[in-house]
Design a binder for this molecule. Sequence first.
Ligand SMILES: [Zn+2]
Length: 340
Amino acid sequence: MPDQDGPEAASKAEPEAFELAGEVVAPGARKDIELRVERLPSGPWISIPAIVMHGRLSGPTLWVSAALHGDEINGVEIIRRLLTILRPGDLSGTIILVPVVNQLGFMAGERYLPDRRDPNRSFPGTPRGSLASRLANLFMREIVARCDYGIDLHCGSDDRINLPQIRADLTDPETARLAAAFCAPLTLDSQLRDGSLREAATGAGVRVLLFEGGEANRYNEEAVSIGVAGILRVIDALEMEPPSAPATSRTSSTAHSSRWVRASRAGLFRHQVELGDRVEQRAVLGHLSDIFGRQNLAVRASVAGTIIGMRLGPRVNQGDALFHIAQTPPPGPRYAHERD
Ligand SMILES: [Zn+2]
């Protein structure tokens, strides 16, 4: 038994009820809440579903969100699995799970909103801006403003697949501690992008991890299982529940910069390396050919490092991104195809 008069007792007292969008969630309870964004032209509301698990004991507040890019559905499955595992009665603190931020994109299997705006370049948004700007602003007001920590789930875009990886500001020791607890195959110390949820939330004093894994419009089991286990380890590291997260023997490889390799001409592309492979500078990564059997151009690595993203489809235009290489130090640990 902990000393009831000590700091442990003070920090783990029963919390007040949690309030979100006018709804009240009692300690130890779960509530499914709809955050209304705007109406569809045909009348019904476009809303953001938020599932609040309010712990029986006090602690930090964490959000986990997916499908901000509507076609990035691996995170939707990650959150569905978390909902079957987490119990508000066991929690110290509050977890807000947002399985689909961009409902319109999700319904259409599209990354963006119908006006072609990128919701992850529309933060912090304004209440009277474009639909993307209003969506971002609502998310900031209702979710981010209530949280100490956030995890935003993404996948590769434009026919590319990503190695399961965490992108985070590793110059902040607490963010770096949580990224280490997540222990993705690769951790990229990444610059904040203008208008992103991560940038806006960081500016609001919230620590954010961005998880990338798999491809759009598909479930990739490896990315999903690594995502679920990593988030459970972060929840453990925040001391929000009794230790129960699956341990991992993996060592996360860290990189502080990355480079894209682009197609020098249009053509048909075949890759010959795999996600997680360590490559040396000038190594042949694949080939670009024409349809006549005359050309077969080698695509080479511009830097040494680890393949963290890769084009899947063969039809490419000049300038298309073919590979994303994280500049891991040699001899970079090879990504083990393990499952948590
Ligand atoms: Zn995304």
